[in-house]
Every structure is written in structure tokens, then in C-alpha cells.
Design a protein around this ligand. Sequence first.
Ligand code: ADP
Ligand code: MG
Length: 264
Amino acid sequence: MQKPPENIIEIRGLWTVFGDFVVHRDLDLDVESGEIISIVGGSGSGKTTLLRQMIGLEQPTRGSVRIFGEPMENADHRQRLEARKRWGMLFQQGALFSALTVFENIALPLRELRTLPEDLISDLVMLKLDMVRLKPSDANKLPSDLSGGMIKRVALARALALEPELLFLDEPTAGLDPESCESFVLLIRALHRALGLTIVMVTHDLDTLFELTTRVAVLADQHVIANAPVKEVIALPHQFVKQFFLGERGQRAMEVLREYPFIV
Ligand SMILES: Nc1ncnc2c1ncn2[C@@H]1O[C@H](COP(=O)(O)OP(=O)(O)O)[C@@H](O)[C@H]1O
Ligand SMILES: [Mg+2]
């Protein structure tokens, strides 16, 4: 008998209120194991906040967030630490430490969260560097010596340092030129397959979304109005959906969709 898909993330009745400003109102969201879910929504609709709540960096005003079946709201330090070892996050700006080399940036989570001998750390860092298609000689560079695409790759290597099952990507291709964007998307797709990752991504970029996503969660009217395959979401008669997918940018991306029929 086939095992039913497991929810890696389960959000129920989540509210986020800043002063009298309601960002999320009674929001529910499930993420199943193995999928690449894209969260889309207008600017300021609360996408980044939601990611931060999923990883326990922020507490919702009300409601529950379960990650790997564990409720985060009551988690103690040890439980948070255990969960922390199972996910990686690529922050919106790459967020590398500018004073640290590429090597030291990737080694950071290994030093913080694992007790490993130095030679093993070195092996693991070089392995991750190779995984994101960077050269061993890049290890000693500083972030200021890197192109935008390389910074994203180093940030990805760092997010993968602890060999997570779950990867969060906040606008992973924003600010990249089309060529770097395309190769980064291919890299994420290859790693998703090779490592059996579950990916939760926020993106405005329709090419990235169409090429990677298995399901789209639409954040509008303060909650998730749809969580479905791209094809179903596009057909929704909601104002935000129409603007997002069927505007001028959307038309071009729809052509990409026709080139990648396997995603629908
Ligand atoms: N700590 C905070 N205090 C007050 N307002 C906040 C805080 N964090 C986020 N906001 C507000 O909540 C809204 C959602 O922010 P954010 O999650 O960054 O949106 P998105 O990523 O969708 O653009 C924005 O209006 C933002 O200004
Ligand atoms: Mg954001």
C-alpha cells in the first residue's frame, strides 16, 4: 500500500497582526514532502514574514505552525535546534558575511550546529562548493570578489551545509541576469531531484516559478486563497491571480510553460 504524502509543514489558523495592521488572517497552508511550493503574493502581503514564522524566527500572533510534525509555538530550545538541523534557508539578499571567505561562510552552520573535526568540516565545505558548481579556488574569495550569481550559489551551499530535507528560498533569482537566473534554476532543479529536497520558495519571477514549481500557494486577502498546481491556479477568477499571471510579464512566462509541459 502506498504511504500517504506526509505534511512537512502544517499551518493552521495563523494570524499576524502588527499594531492594528493585519497581515495574515486565519491562514492555513500545507506543504507535502518532496514538493516545490511557490508562495506568491503582492509586495507587503506577508510572504517573508510567513517564511520566518515557518522557521521559528518570528512568532505568529495566533495559530499554529507545525514543522516535521512538531508544533513550533511550544518548542523548547533543544527542539528548535533539532528542527534547525533539518532545514536550510537562502535569504533574500544572499546574506553572506562580507568579512568571511566563501569557505568560512559555508562552514558557519557546521561550526554552529555540529561538533565536527576541522578536517571533516573542510571536506564537507569543498563538497558543498562542488555541489553548487563552484571551483575549489573560489573557497578563499571574499563575497566582494563574487558576481551576483556566485553569491547566490555560496548562499545555497551554506543553506545545504547541514544536508537539510527542507530548503527555503526567498526570491532566489531576484536581481540575477537572465543567464545566471536560468543556470541557478537548473541547479535548484537538479539538487531537488538528487537530494530529495522539499522546497518552499517565494518568487516574483514567473520563469523561475514555471520552471520549478509543483504547487503554487497564493497569498491574497490576508490568507492563502489557493494551494494548487500552476494550471489550476491560473484559471482562478481572482484579481491578484489575473494580474500576476496574465499581465504582460505573464504572457512571456506562459510561453515558457508551453516549453515545460511536465510541470502541469
Ligand atoms: N516586525 C514588523 N513590525 C511591523 N510591521 C512589519 C514587521 N514585519 C513586517 N511588517 C509589515 O508586514 C507586511 C508584510 O511584510 P513582508 O512579510 O516582508 O511582506 P512581503 O515579503 O510579502 O513583501 C509589510 O507591510 C511590512 O511592512
Ligand atoms: Mg519579502
